[in-house]
Write a protein that binds this ligand. Sequence first.
Ligand code: SAM
Ligand code: SF4
Length: 471
Amino acid sequence: MFHVKHAVKNFLTEVVNNMTDYISEEQIAMYLEHRKPDKKHYVDVLSKAAEGKGLLIEETAVLLSPPDEETKHLLFNTAGKVKQQIYGTRIVLFAPLYLSNYCGNNCLYCGFRKDNKIIKRRKLNNEEALEEVKLLEKQGHKRLLLVTGEASGSGVEYLADLIGDIYALTDIRRVNINVAPLTVDEFRMVKEAGIGTYQLFQETYHQPSYKYYHPSGKKSDYQWRISAFDRAMEAGIDDIGMGVLFGLYNYKFEVLALCQHAEYLERKFGVGPHTVSVPRLKRAPGAEIQTTPWMVDDEELKIIVAVLRLALPYTGIILSTRESQQLRNELLGLGVSQISAGSSTSPGGYSSSGDNNVQFEVHDTRSLDEVVASLCKDGYIPSFCTACYRRHRTGEAFMSLAKVGDIKELCLPNALLTFKENLLDYASQETKKLGENLIGKELCLLKNEALVNELKSRFERMNRGERDLYF
Ligand code: SAM
Ligand code: SF4
């Protein structure tokens, strides 16, 4: 049962006057004091947000509190339009691969926590992990996110070797990682192995809550975790993915703190986050807590996604299978640009279904093919593109292209090429039909005749067996 003294109090009264380099809790509290902006002020801030150039933290604070239903819908519409302007209808797809559920930490909410005795522990060796990768590859995935618990001996060498083998022995084209904070030297090792994004969630930016939820193990050190991206950047990793585990503390506080953290990184390194994830706390077998007083409901999650889309217009927003099919569909229209599909959160879960060694429950259990078909029906182009990373358009190079809108010119054709490849190699008959139709419609919408001809010629080459064609 969750009972923590401070959690039920009004958080404004117990915010600690504690400045870190990364966020200022005092400043956030000040912005949130104006929690009920009047309608005119709210609409003024939305008009600025509609330009798609991002927002100041105080403006983001305003948007988090729509004064009524009408302004909330205006927020959703504006976020949807900005998303459409910047990302069009592309949705990037990936799968997580859980390598180990051994963990030395005791995060109260997690099924992998050290003191959970009901879970069977497993760490995949290199061959077992490659078996799982091959199963994901067979479904049509090209992007993976490797995930592990934090255990001594989980080994960065193991991770680096595996990443090398995945690139060398499979058709996976981009390997991202979500692992506990590393040292600069360890970050260098995974960078050399060729990781795409280094993803890490701060869980909660609120220090007293952080302390409560992370009572022991290395993860109990807030500073070590919040400074992880500094070390990653120092090691040359300019592609980072941030996130908060929504449900641990006041979501408005968390969104503002995340934006401050992003601003800090941009100021210090000239690069903000490439992605932001919006996981919500889910039930987890054997976890110490299953719910908190801060649980975020569906409407609040929609506000979070819409506000993040407007505050950080060029940052990808990632949504996992923690959420249901229906809510995922709605969130795609508000700002989400990447989703996982066909996921398991248990090490070895792709080869042995039905075990209960999961980190948390997933709610969208459709296969990749089913997700692709449903995206097509809703007019979204499923993308398996990895071109930017392979053409070294990451970090500042990516952002400067993105901010002048040039990236869109590359992304749509690349998305169509990878989608075509997916249809040729992996799709069911029904998905193929839906997909070919969608590609036909997209070609008709393109105004650049030379590009249409180039795409058609590449599709022909693909029909004859060529693969991996990208701009
Ligand atoms: N062990 C590393 C760590 O904690 O940073 C990396 C991987 S951890 C397996 C990935 C993420 O899962 C965590 O950062 C946390 O946000 C999320 N998570 C843990 N328990 C969860 C739960 N019950 N519901 C939803 N997400 C959860
Ligand atoms: Fe371990 Fe990560 Fe789970 Fe915490 S969230 S118990 S560090 S796997």
